[in-house]
Design a protein around this ligand. Structure first.
Ligand SMILES: Nc1ncnc2c1ncn2[C@@H]1O[C@H](COP(=O)(O)OP(=O)(O)OP(=O)(O)O)[C@@H](O)[C@H]1O
Ligand SMILES: [Mg+2]
Length: 253
């Protein structure tokens, strides 16, 4: 197939993201093993699975941060991105957050977002406007002059989301956004994520808090030992006996 026809076939597939048989090998160990998944425009796809299943590694492979796949292809909005450097992938409209807290604790909340904006090529007045609009979107403007290390946990989580939103992505990938939050804060986060979806954003959410995925996700996938174990509606996936055995069984043990 020549590159032009290949491009055309990606464009007509209608999916915002298509992951085709990606793998990541570390020495003799396959952390992600031939995983394929398609993400529709505007949907929220939930990703769950036991610790070490390869969920965060799958995000690495899609975003190129800090590394891409050792096999397979990633197609975003009709363009093959798995060979691109990470900063170019980000500029295609795809952003991720990290499982670990990623912020500059001594910098103010607004400077944290400004740094993210700068990294993505934003400068001057437009960078400041984008940063403020991202803070407003996630609802943490009141903390804008406070050092990021001193704000409540929910606000930190929202700051990481704001730092990703400042690039105005079309696909936002969140790695355990609810980790450590109490029920009330989780409910607040759910409202925000639903608003982002209503605004046209497509979301991939890795989460151990299954109630959050049950409430938000249009579809879910389950990873186990690097492989795709199940795919479907949250209700179907979370009642699948294989999933209960691999995931819930382990968690309950
Ligand atoms: N850079 C690396 N080098 C070697 N092994 C790695 C590397 N990154 C991840 N792994 C291994 O790959 C497997 C999958 O890890 P990953 O972090 O993707 O799991 P996860 O599903 O996100 O787990 P958790 O729910 O605990 O966050 C683990 O066994 C991990 O130790
Ligand atoms: Mg992880």
């Amino acid at each position: 197939m020549n590159p032009t026809t290949e491009f055309a076939s990606h464009r007509t597939s209608g999916h915002l993201l298509e992951v085709r048989g990606v793998s990541r090998r570390f020495g003799g160990f396959l952390a992600v093993d031939n995983v394929s998944v398609r993400v529709n425009r505007g949907e929220i796809l939930g990703i769950a699975g036991p610790n070490g299943a390869g969920k965060s590694t799958l995000f690495n492979l899609i975003s190129g941060v800090p590394f891409g796949p050792t096999a397979g292809e990633v197609i975003f909005d009709g363009r093959r991105i798995d060979q691109m450097p990470a900063h170019k992938i980000a500029r295609c409209g795809l952003r991720r957050t990290f499982q670990a807290e990623q912020l500059f604790p001594t910098l103010s909340v607004s400077d944290n977002v400004a740094v993210a904006c700068h990294y993505l090529g934003g400068r001057g007045r437009s960078a400041k406007t984008s940063a403020e609009s991202a803070l407003e979107t996630v609802g943490i403007m009141k903390y804008r002059d406070v050092p990021a290390g001193e704000i409540p946990l929910l606000a930190k989580k929202k700051l990481m989301i704001a730092s990703a939103l400042v690039a105005q992505p079309r696909l936002l990938m969140l790695d355990e956004p609810a980790g450590g939050l109490n029920n009330e804060d989780q409910a607040d986060l759910i409202l925000l994520l639903r608003e982002l979806q209503k605004g046209g954003l497509t979301l991939l959410i890795i989460e151990h808090v299954l109630s959050l995925l049950r409430e938000l996700a249009n579809r879910m996938i389950i990873l186990s030992s690097g492989e795709l174990l199940a795919e479907g509606s949250p209700d179907a996936v979370l009642s699948d006996p294989q999933v209960l055995e691999a995931y819930l069984g382990k968690a309950a043990a």
